[in-house]
Design a protein around this ligand. Structure first.
Ligand code: ITT
Length: 180
């Protein structure tokens, strides 16, 4: 898995290990294009990585806020590094509809073209920053299928039972295990 984010790698590794797949971390500099669809970003990246004949996965994820038409979505990294969690909470002040989703696309490639697998989790934006687990937007995202805690207040196992990433990697892993 080519990623600069070890949190993502650890979550993905856990999910795939449950399917008997051994995921390794590949440290590479990769080009990330800007596009509206996560699948275009992930597939392009997977096709750029020099994997030397080995199978490779790249994952791209983002937080999509309903009230803002899906913003920041594919621009989630930029939003986090500029306005941060505090800035996102400020954007939500006075907004009634706090619905949001986390989306993930896993792009797999073993020569040829990339194949994509999606995962989504619905939820809402919390009123404050809660919890110190996970990373990124986890402390402000409350999954609908949970018990009211944010991902930041959950253990890694609890997040993996519900998360967009776990769903995308499970979908990829089931396909991969069946096609090997
Ligand atoms: P890569 O090297 O794999 O690209 P990245 O951290 O840039 O690592 P993404 O582009 O997939 O990963 O993520 C976009 C942003 O969304 C980034 O700021 C992440 O912190 C955040 N994000 C992604 N998945 C998340 C999750 O499960 N929980 C909280 N924030 C997440």
């Amino acid at each position: 898995m080519a990623t600069g984010n070890l949190h993502k790698y650890r979550e993905a590794r856990q999910v795939l290990s449950e399917l008997g797949i051994d995921l390794r971390h590949l440290r590479v500099d990769r080009v990330e294009i800007q596009a509206d669809d996560l699948a275009d970003i992930a597939a392009y990246s997977a096709e750029q990585v020099a994997a030397e004949g080995r199978p490779i996965v790249v994952e791209d994820a983002g937080l999509f806020i309903d009230h803002y038409g899906g913003f920041p979505g594919p621009y989630s990294s930029y939003a986090l590094s500029t306005i941060g969690l505090g800035g996102v909470l400020k954007l939500m002040e006075g907004v009634k509809d706090r619905g949001a989703s986390f989306q993930s696309v896993v792009a797999f490639r073993h020569g040829g073209e990339a194949r994509c697998f999606r995962g989504v989790v619905r939820g809402r934006i919390a009123h404050g920053i809660r919890g110190t687990s996970g990373f990124g937007y986890d402390p402000i995202f409350i999954p609908d299928e949970g018990d009211g805690r944010t991902f930041g207040e959950m253990t890694a196992e609890e997040k993996n039972a519900l998360s967009h990433r776990a769903r995308a990697f499970r979908s990829f892993g089931e396909w991969f295990a069946a096609s090997e």
